[in-house]
Design a protein around this ligand. Sequence first.
Ligand code: 5AD
Ligand code: SF4
Length: 445
Amino acid sequence: MEKKFHITTFGCQMNEHDSETIAGMLIERGYEQAGDRKDANIVIFNTCSVRENADKRFFGTLGQLKKKKMEEHENFTVCVCGCMMQQQHIIDTLKAKYPWVDIIFGTHNIHELPLLLDNLYNEKQKQLSVLQEGGEIVEGLPAKRLFKHKAFVNIMYGCNNFCTYCIVPYTRGRERSRKPEDILREIKELAADGVKEVMLLGQNVNSYKGISETGLGTCDFADLIHLIDEVEGIERIRFMTSHPKDLSDKLINTFKECKKLCHYFHLPVQAGSDIVLEQMNRKYTKEAYLKLIKKLREVDSDMAISTDIIVGFPGESEEDFEETLSLCREVRYDSAFTFLYSVREGTPAAKYDNQIPEDVKHERFNRLVDVINGISAEKNAEYVGKTEKVLVDGPSKTNSKTYGGRTETFKLVNFRGTPEMIGKVVKVRITASNTFSLQGEVISE
Ligand code: 5AD
Ligand code: SF4
């Protein structure tokens, strides 16, 4: 039987990278990756549970496969995995309403997929493997990267912060850091394979604590960046995501000390009101957050800064919301991911009885987006006339002569390019800007 798989990924970069690992494992075992879901006979959904609309989209898309499954039976395999599978009520719904799903596996069971597929085919029995807590970190899994020249690298898994709105600590488990030597080995291998940029991933990379067994000692996140900065072939280091409460002066100083560390910082604030921050269990105040931004800008006044903001958290008053607006005006973010608060079953905030009406949430959301977008456009306009080093990703989807790449500050730049430029750093003079991207002309390679 032909073994062609397709993965649909919902959610964050952690999920994107898990999907790269799933693809890597399957390709290693002779499966083929289909470019389109309709050409695959093994369909995999990697789900996200951070917000309710991701749940809904997943069930909607899954439902569309029922007809094909009923027609093709064992010639068509449906697998579901990711954060949603770590919730018992989702497993119950799948069993009751989607009993034709073949394999369900959790965020701690990714490495088992090849075995689960073998079992499914040999035993002709549906497979369920969901561990509630991650054990030992599984090292050495292959990954099929989206880009030849850049790679995601997990440095830690899980989260201990228990922000009251967030489901992640329940779906990804407690924090576990990889050993520094394992991370370094992976990055050296990536560099040897042509990777120039690494994106270090974790729910809270600032609380990375790697304990070496080969003499590197105990490494915090800043130490780890210093080690990666020495890896030959790597030109750019990025990371995602940070928690303000763990952002140390030592880490801020690595921006001065490590030449490959890109001057872009994603620092989720979530809200501007101290009352809301307290209710969210964020463990910092607006003032403390602003102090961190000041320190980052003291290192580099052009440091690009982005954030995540939730609008309409339970109990958020108009005054609280205005604190968020005033914080955004003060920080002047390069960009921000804005979210409507979404009730997540099992989190403390889901039980709060002062939920905000949908229309109020939407009205505040629109006002926030206007402020954020206005500032983004102004910030981007400051780039016009400057020359930027751009790592070229490839042609745009809509126009094969227009190429896209990122500046060190993570700005998307579009320009006229050629295939030879892909994966190289080129100098681009910025000629125009808009809210979400820049345009430019290549001046040299
Ligand atoms: N509702 C809305 N947004 C949320 N996020 C996390 N949980 C929720 C929720 N229940 C947002 C936060 C986080 C980002 C990844 O998703 O802003 O930083
Ligand atoms: Fe969720 Fe807070 Fe952990 Fe981020 S730090 S994953 S928002 S609990």
